[in-house]
Design a protein around this ligand. Sequence first.
Ligand SMILES: [Zn+2]
Length: 263
Amino acid sequence: MAKKKLLPLMLCMLMLFASLSGCFGNNIFIAEDKKGIPGGLTLACLSSAKYTSMVIEIDYESGYMPEQSSIDLLKTRLQEVCNKPNGIEVLLTETDFEQSSSWTADDVRNKAWQHKSTDPQTDSTLYWQALFPAGGYSNNDVLGVAVDASTVAIFKDAVEEAEGPFFSRPSAEEIENSVLVHEYGHLLGLVNLVYKSPVDHEDEDHPGHSNNEDSVMYWAVESADLSNIITGQLPDEFDNDDLNDLAGMLSGEIPVRDQLWMP
Ligand SMILES: [Zn+2]
């Protein structure tokens, strides 16, 4: 029990010291309940031993529906890494969250669980939910957050403000594409959230993120001034180090902790 409590605590401390801590929310002291921490359902996604199908549940406030390109890209990226022989489906639901001001990590978690269509681990299907709410995160620099093992939120208003000034590149649509995959990457435990990579690719100033600007897990992807930091094309895929970490976790070569389900 004591060990279980310590890990999320340490993770949270690391987050507090990170300048861009908002990506995971400010409060992840809930690993002991069934919500888990980001990365807590990594093996459930990677493996097909129990969960043979997956649903991407998207609950959006009226006017905040995600771009079709974001949904398609996320599905493609998950299909590339998660073994789901019975398919990955998308469930889109317009939702009245009754909140349009500032969101904390707790708000995201509470509203998400109020509106989840079912338990994330239902029979042989895994449900990973994305909220697209109105309003922004308490820290305005944050475009998206991953708050527990099955829940992320994307703040579309902030995404639109982050659009590049020059010829609108990267466009808000491209940013949304990358941020959505980035947040699901945290649900996959990237980078080093529930394991320790044999390769040193975690950014030392931004825990939980890649130091490679060609990875969608690059730390600046979540940041409001990403268009000032990333000068070329926005990354929208996992790099080889990310992919090798996922493969190593699946094969058992890399030990994985804090899992809500183990093969
Ligand atoms: Zn992040």
